[in-house]
Design a protein around this ligand. Structure first.
Ligand SMILES: C[S@@+](CC[C@H](N)C(=O)[O-])C[C@H]1O[C@@H](n2cnc3c(N)ncnc32)[C@H](O)[C@@H]1O
Length: 192
């Protein structure tokens, strides 16, 4: 059982509104006729609640059933998948916007890279990939209520290089609300 299986719906009382602004900034750029994948969507509070009703398609992906149980209550008519994000290669279709707020950073680097390879394949040309992660190379712990969680980062330079090899260009990387370091990448428009 993962920590998030134990946290479940109690997560909402610990979660502020941080993140909505950064996600909506990208939606503003792409327009609302977009398909959005939310990796590690948690309970859907507050991001999916606000963003899913205003875009064409929105799917939350999480590996914790208790978090998704809360998601289904929080997000009216919300679509979600019980899936480890390392396995998103099995999701069909192409997506304009894929993001992971406070989630991909929990994965060890090898797994983060596996997810990012899938993201590159799932993104449409000029689609965006946003995630929160460390600015520097780091391995540290954080707290979710009484529980300790791990965070892993290869740092900005290495994320930029790795994702460039996957045809994604770094658009911005900066500290945002709640001291989150927010990366936004854009999938290259490939000429054929
Ligand atoms: C800190 S919570 C963030 C939830 C949500 N993104 C938010 O902004 O509130 C991290 C979430 O990532 C999920 N998660 C962690 N590792 C995962 C993985 N490998 N695949 C899918 N979900 C994962 C956890 O179950 C949890 O719901």
């Amino acid at each position: 059982m993962s920590i998030y299986d134990k946290v479940g719906s109690t997560y909402d009382s610990m979660r502020s509104n941080i993140g909505i602004k950064d996600i909506l900034n990208v939606v503003d750029i792409l327009g609302k006729e977009i398909k959005v994948l939310d990796l590690g969507c948690g309970t859907g509070h507050p991001i999916a609640k606000v963003v899913s009703p205003i875009v064409k398609e929105y799917i939350g992906v999480d590996k914790s059933q208790p978090m998704l149980d809360a998601y289904s209550k929080n997000v009216k008519d919300g679509e979600y998948m019980l899936l480890n994000m390392t396995d998103i290669g099995q999701i069909p279709g192409k997506w304009e916007f894929i993001f992971s707020w406070g989630a991909i950073c929990h994965l060890p680097i090898k797994q983060q890279k596996k997810v990012m390879k899938h993201v590159s394949k799932l993104l449409k040309p000029e689609g965006r990939f946003l995630f929160t992660g460390g600015k520097e190379i780091d391995e540290c712990t954080g707290k979710i209520g009484e529980y300790t969680v791990n965070h892993y980062s290869i740092g900005e330079k290495a994320y930029k290089e790795f994702l460039s090899e996957l045809n994604m260009d770094l658009i911005s990387a900066s500290f945002s609300e709640g001291n989150n370091y927010v990366y936004v990448f854009k999938k290259k428009k490939i000429c054929t």
